[in-house]
Ligand binder design. Structure first.
Ligand code: AMP
Length: 143
C-alpha cells in the first residue's frame, strides 16, 4: 500500500475521536487528543494525535505540527514525572512499509524502565482498561 491514499474515516482512531470507541483518555483540547495505547509495549505507552484527519506526518498540515510536537514534549515531561522511567522512546510510523497499522497520524510515547522488557511494535498484549485509566490519570495529573 502506498504511503499516500485517502483518509479512511472508519479507522479506529477516527472512531475514538468521534466517541464511538472507548479509550483511556489523558488529554484533549480542540486540536489534540491523547490516550493510552491499548496494547502497550511498556507501562505508560501512550499516543498523541492531532484531531484533524490525516493519514501520516507527510499529510499533516504544517500548522498542526508545532502544536502536535509541543504537546508530545509536554507528555514526555509528564510521563517522566508521573512514572519515573529511566528513559522515554518517542516514535512515529508513516506508511504500511514503515510498520504503521492505524492510518490516522499519531506519535507513540514509550517509557523504558531499566531491566524491564519491552514488547515489539504492535506486539503488546491487550491491557486492562482499569489499569490504563489509572496510568492515564497519573499522567494527566502531571501534565
Ligand atoms: P501504528 O502501528 O504506529 O499505527 O500504531 C498503532 C497503535 O495503536 C499500536 O501501538 C496499537 O497497539 C494501538 N492501538 C490499536 N487499537 C487501539 C485502540 N483501540 N486503543 C488504543 N490504542 C490502540
Amino acid at each position: 500500500m502506498s504511503i499516500h491514499g485517502p483518509y479512511d474515516p472508519d479507522n479506529i482512531f477516527a472512531k475514538i475521536l468521534r466517541g464511538e470507541m472507548p479509550c483511556a483518555k489523558i488529554y484533549e483540547d480542540s486540536h489534540i487528543i491523547s490516550f493510552m495505547d491499548a496494547f502497550p509495549q511498556s507501562k505508560g505507552h501512550c499516543l498523541v494525535l492531532p484531531k484533524a484527519p490525516s493519514r501520516n506526518l507527510l499529510e499533516t498540515a504544517p500548522k498542526d505540527i508545532g502544536r502536535l510536537f509541543g504537546t508530545v514534549q509536554r507528555h514526555v515531561i509528564a510521563v517522566k514525572k508521573a512514572l519515573k522511567p529511566d528513559g522515554v522512546i518517542v516514535t512515529q510510523f508513516n506508511g504500511e512499509a514503515a510498520g504503521q497499522t492505524v492510518f490516522h497520524t499519531h506519535v507513540h510515547i514509550i517509557p523504558r524502565f531499566d531491566g524491564a522488557a519491552m514488547s515489539k511494535h504492535t506486539g503488546g498484549q491487550v491491557a486492562d482498561i482499569n489499569a490504563l485509566e489509572i496510568l492515564a490519570a497519573k499522567i494527566r495529573t502531571a501534565l
